[in-house]
Design a protein around this ligand. Sequence first.
Ligand code: BG6
Length: 476
Amino acid sequence: MSASTFPDGFLWGGALAANQSEGAYLEGGKGLTTVDMIPHGPNRLPVKLGLEKRVALRNDEFYPSHQAIDFYHRYKEDIALMAEMGFTVFRTSIAWSRLYPNGDDAAPNPAGIAFYRDVFNECRKYGIEPLVTLCHFDVPMHLVTEYGSWRNRKMVDFFTRYARTCFEAFDGLVKYWLTFNEINILLHSPFSGAGLVFEAGENQDQVKYQAAHHELIASALATRIAHEVNPVNQVGCMLAGGNFYPWSCKPEDVWAALEKDRENLFFIDVQARGAYPSYSARVFREKGVHIDMLDGDAEILKNTVDFVSFSYYASRCASADMNEHNSSAANIVKSLTNPHIQRSEWGWGIDPLGLRITMNMMYDRYQKPLFLVENGLGARDDINVDGKIEDDYRISYLREHIRAMADAIADGVPVMGYTTWGCIDLVAASTGEMSKRYGFVYVDRDDHGNGTLARRKKKSFGWYRKVIASNGRDLD
Ligand code: BG6
């Protein structure tokens, strides 16, 4: 392997998302969104899973998204830091409820459009290409309470209107788009993933897969609209990635791993290949799921994406005997604990070779360019007596994963770019913590909302600048 395998024009950068960075949750005409209802603390998980209904904020809870890292007011400083590292791409998302505060409004909110035009212009000032996710774990709350979110077909119209507004309003500023962040997370974290709340006794699989169908239709239509508005637009799907390894070579374990992979890849199979995969009929039958489809849906789904993007934090592991008690979640998806790899402080596996395996599998399956849009190590950082943050553990994680990505490129996999997750520290999606940090830039804020929000460069900041300047040759 040689790190010089990265092609000219390879996009290097980092990623944030509106819901975990912007804050200003009711400023500029923004409406309440799903993430604004998800508290820090013991109630977080049941709300995220759609098991505990939240339609109003409570006085006795802390909501980390409300201020987050205040990117809304500090984006100029943050983008300048990205430019100093040499970013050529910055991934972020648009908060749907900044443009359509209720989701079903007749016209978009001009203040929301103005804010994102300013952000994207700021990127362009430094030659940074924005990579924009339309929906990253936030659905306007009015759409949840009034329509039941994605269980309702009307969401397709609301979403495509919003998507068209984005493509038209930001035409010439943005050309790389993602429709739904980690679309498969709808299955694993239904409220944070798709605004779904369950009623007692209903078939949750039915609700989830019908909602998935609506998202897949909306994604395909948005892809078509993006191309109509400007053929230069390139649209990607986005998978919470990481292959499942079989626990053993026992055929039953191998089959279990294949089934688990299909559960996640189902979404990308539709978005990248343009039709429901052949295995889905049997899976739906077993789960008692019947998808309501309209005439013309099969045609709509043929609007496939231009590229396949994905997050990769860890590989996963499955066996025929896997159950609630012997598995645990890493990036929300349940896995057995693989004894052959190390784990982060939060128990997520560390497996760079798993990235190479995942990338090869995905390119074999889809034959479309890949974009690794999230990767990184969530870790606690300490400020030493000299005021420095020596995050060698983060450098080491990223170095090994960049090497694995270079190996995949050498294997023949076309890769458009790499954006590390949480390039500036932000709120963790799973736990709502600030102490689970991913950034090259430290943000002074704790898990309870205390701190000045001041930014401070970590050791990894200078390291990543060298990586980018050398187009991935200098990883030392
Ligand atoms: C992905 C999401 O699931 O993983 C991000 O797209 C999230 O929104 C990231 O933040 C890391 O997870 P966590 O829980 O450590 O923030």
